[in-house]
Design a protein around this ligand. Structure first.
Ligand SMILES: Cc1cc2nc3c(=O)[nH]c(=O)nc-3n(C[C@H](O)[C@H](O)[C@H](O)COP(=O)(O)O)c2cc1C
Length: 188
């Protein structure tokens, strides 16, 4: 499961590449959810049924743009809506990983990944690092390790981030799906 938020479509495009990579692993069933579409908790703090796919997933890859040096407000709203799930540790031992897209080469993206990984740790999830080595041609050109980082210019999402970032995203998605398959096999 890839759960993302995107204000202007760039992070959404990266999310689709992450899904593509994850789907390339035999047996992996991968779905994509825009967290802006998820309704918030009711008065009893319980979450509506739309959250079920997240609760049932073996892994959740989180993604959002970096806004003002941290997770976007939409993604933070999603994080805060998981309070009742945290209370019962409902996501304990699911695999987790994260990605962020921003305009700057640094853009303080690391802080976004730190926030996501702490969020996963609060849920007692098992964090998978980026794991795609830097290669000529721009693979992992951000030199990111905690999670996937991509960079988009001020142009439409069909043009940016560049193809090498999308290829890094596919490899990252594949890595998380492979790690999840190993984890699920080992648990069985
Ligand atoms: C409110 C706001 C804050 C932003 N803050 C940052 C930032 O801290 N660092 C950065 O590199 N880019 C920043 N940007 C640029 C976005 O990260 C960039 O445009 C990104 O591609 C947007 O992704 P999206 O299309 O998925 O929303 C900001 C953009 C907005 C709208």
């Amino acid at each position: 499961m890839v759960a993302y938020q995107s204000g202007f479509g760039h992070t959404a495009a990266v999310a689709r590449s992450v899904v593509e990579g994850a789907k390339s692993v035999p047996g992996a069933e991968v779905t994509l959810i825009d967290v802006d579409t998820l309704p918030g908790p009711g008065p009893d703090r319980a979450l509506p049924d739309a959250w079920m796919p997240l609760n049932e997933a073996d892994a959740i890859i989180f993604g959002c743009p970096t806004y003002m040096g941290t997770v976007s407000a939409g993604f933070k709203r999603f994080m805060d809506h998981t309070g009742a799930l945290w209370f019962t540790q409902a996501w304990k031992d699911k695999m987790a990983a994260g990605f962020t897209n921003a305009a700057g080469l640094s853009g303080d993206k690391l802080n976004t990944l730190v926030a996501m990984s702490l969020f996963a740790a609060q849920h007692s999830m098992v964090w998978v690092s980026q794991g795609v080595f830097m290669e000529e041609g721009g693979i992992n050109r951000m030199g990111a390790w905690l999670g996937l980082m991509t960079q988009a210019d001020n142009a439409p999402p069909e043009q940016t981030p560049p193809p090498e970032d999308h290829e890094t995203a596919r490899r990252f998605g594949r890595r998380v799906a492979e790690a999840t398959a190993r984890w699920v096999r080992g648990r069985a």
